[in-house]
Design a binder for this molecule. Structure first.
Ligand code: ZN
Length: 346
């Protein structure tokens, strides 16, 4: 799984940096000997800047080596051009860092991304197409080491180290929200794949003749399971909630509305089909589900458990545990920080 790409200006990588790392890294280390620059040896003891890039919100915080998190800095994600978005990112990063020294930074970004080039093209951030966010943040931090992973991979790492994924060997972390993302931990290490995109369970196909997906395929898990897909299906089948939102749909389901309940059942069945397939491929111990739809766990879990009985046949597939995220909004920040603090698991 070795996939570190050092740039030409970087010194030879250390053993720790090349040991199976499958995330995107960049470090110029141009100021190691400056008065303010920490040495590489001290790096693990310092705080890490953790950054979360989403389509609606940019967030950053310092994560200390004991896993505690400093104050969260956030900004709405600008809808403008590339530099406008980066300015907002630089603002949250600067606010989060304050006056402290950091050993490096981790970025969890909405995908897709290119881990080799260190660029991102988030579907919901139109201003960024092939944007070199890893190197731009590294420059802002005076050449500190920066790792870049998919946001769902970051979330999976957070759960694995600090949350509902502790103690397992093979897990899939999922985010079921506006979209459906996933990140794999296999044999105790993140598996991001050659381009950083492994684990995209939202774009595995569970309905052969299903609806077109924005990704270009059809019948993907995301076309059925995501919050907007559930709302769309419910509206098309006669539901008329107070607002066309997932929160309103959940409220209707709790009130016993049959169409809202059916939307959760349909979503859970697609989720179960995707999870069963992933478990059959990867021999998973556990699946940890976070995101907005998972906040309605009381509505999601019963039909999900029932559908797993249909789709999980083999004993090793049936043994997969499905649990709710223990960290929710903080999983991604803790996860990218773990990748910087402990490259051995990367
Ligand atoms: Zn798709």
């Amino acid at each position: 799984m070795t996939d570190v790409r050092e740039t030409a200006s970087a010194p030879p990588a250390t053993a720790a940096e090349t040991n199976g790392s499958s995330v995107s890294e960049r470090s110029e280390r141009t100021d190691e000997h400056s008065a303010s620059g920490p040495s590489t040896d001290e790096g693990g003891l310092l705080s890490v800047l953790a950054v979360d890039i989403g389509g609606t919100k940019l967030a950053a915080a310092l994560v200390h080596s004991d896993g505690s998190i400093g104050p969260l800095a956030t900004r709405p994600t600008p809808k403008g051009d590339a530099e406008e978005v980066f300015s907002a990112l630089a603002a949250v990063a600067t606010e989060a860092v304050g006056g402290e020294e950091v050993s490096g930074a981790g970025i969890g970004s909405a995908g897709p991304l290119d881990a080799i080039a260190g660029t991102v093209s988030p579907v919901n951030i139109p201003g960024w197409r092939g944007f070199p966010v890893r190197d731009r943040l590294a420059a802002l931090l005076g050449g500190r080491r920066v790792v870049l992973v998919n946001d769902a991979v970051a979330g999976a790492m957070g759960e694995y180290h600090h949350g509902a994924g502790r103690g397992v060997r093979a897990m899939l972390g999922m985010v079921v929200s506006t979209g459906v993302g996933g990140g794999l931990i296999l044999d105790g290490r993140v598996y991001a794949g050659p381009t950083g995109n492994a684990g995209h369970i939202g774009h595995t196909v569970v309905d052969l003749g299903g609806d077109p997906c924005p990704c270009g395929a059809r019948g993907c898990v995301e076309t059925i399971t995501s919050g907007p897909a559930m709302v769309r299906w419910a509206l098309a089948n006669g539901w008329s909630g107070p607002a066309a939102t997932g929160v309103a749909l959940a409220a209707s389901a709790r009130d016993g509305d049959p169409v809202a309940l059916a939307a959760f059942d349909r979503s859970a069945r697609a989720l179960a089909a995707g999870i069963s397939s992933a478990a059959a491929l990867c021999d998973l111990d556990r699946v940890v589900i976070g995101g907005g739809v998972a906040r309605a766990w009381d509505l999601l879990e019963p039909p999900l458990t029932a559908a797993m009985a249909d789709y999980a046949g083999l004993a090793f597939v049936r043994r997969v545990e499905i649990v709710r995220s223990a960290l929710d909004g903080q999983a991604g920040l803790l996860g990218v920080a773990a990748l910087v603090h402990d490259p051995e698991t990367a």
